[in-house]
Design a protein around this ligand. Structure first.
Ligand SMILES: NC(=O)NCCC[C@H](N)C(=O)O
Length: 254
């Protein structure tokens, strides 16, 4: 029925030891996390996406956040060089999966660092967070890789959030939505709208009029429903305790 596929990666036994930067540790319930991850994958499939599992990386606590080790554009998979050293081994299995799927492979190389969570594509622009994980050299390398597609890359400062997409995402019509307390530069975007909750800044575009959001942002979901979007919500509380959000749990391949 569909050519839409999404990469996901099952959480491993060390999930509770995932990295934290901006929040205090709150114990993660591993079993609940697996149930939430399965419900997330189910929501993708219900919306017509085929889910492809990258083999788990059980020694990497944050491997479930599969968006971070790769940026995919058309037939090119840019393997990231994660800014946190302990996340770098996550790229091995992701690269193998992308090769097996027939993607061309490019790489972000040291001294460049880049996490996929910092890359927000909207229209013909890639906004890339200059964050604690992604540096200027990484952004320049990504810009070079994306140039062949006519994609323009624009760096955006990120100081108050982990990744650019922890602070903002984009609606199908190009409006960038964010949670003001962690957005450093609203002026970077041609159209910006504030959401009332932190999780309200995170949308996975399931279709032209269909969004996936976290259950932790009910008021934002209502606002977006009022704009005509069909919004599916999933509870991802255990991943939010690790600074994860709906966007980072999958990579949509189009
Ligand atoms: N793209 C994302 O927002 N990923 C979330 C990563 C959370 C993980 N605990 C980390 O600090 O790397």
């Amino acid at each position: 029925m569909t050519s839409r596929r999404a990469l996901i990666r099952r959480p491993g036994p060390r999930l509770a030891h995932g990295l934290l930067t901006h929040i205090e540790r709150d114990p993660v319930d591993g079993e609940l996390a697996i149930g939430q991850w399965e419900a997330y994958a189910h929501a993708l499939r219900e919306a017509g996406w085929e889910t492809l599992e990258v083999p788990p990386a059980d020694d990497c606590p944050d491997a479930v956040f599969v968006e971070d080790p790769v940026v995919v554009h058309e037939d090119l998979a840019v393997i990231a060089n994660p800014g946190a050293a302990q996340r770098r081994r996550e790229t091995i299995g992701v690269e193998q999966t992308m090769r097996d799927l027939g993607y061309r492979i490019a790489r972000i190389a040291a001294p460049g660092t880049l996490d996929g969570g910092d890359v927000l594509r909207s229209g013909d622009t890639a906004y890339v967070g200059l964050s604690s994980r992604t540096n200027g050299a990484g952004i320049q390398q990504l810009a070079t890789h994306l140039r062949e597609f006519g994609v323009r890359t624009q760096a955006v400062p990120v100081e108050r959030a982990l990744h650019l997409k922890s602070a903002v995402t984009a609606l199908p019509d190009g409006t960038v939505i964010g949670w003001d307390p962690v957005v450093d530069d609203k002026e970077a975007f041609p159209a910006y709208e504030a959401m009332p909750e932190e999780g309200g800044a995170h949308v996975v575009i399931l279709g032209e009029d269909q969004l996936l959001m976290a259950a932790s942002a009910p008021r934002s979901a209502e606002l977006l429903r009022a704009r005509g979007y069909a919004v599916t919500t999933v509870d991802i509380s255990e991943f939010e305790k690790l600074e994860g959000c709906v966007t980072c749990l999958s990579v949509r391949l189009r």
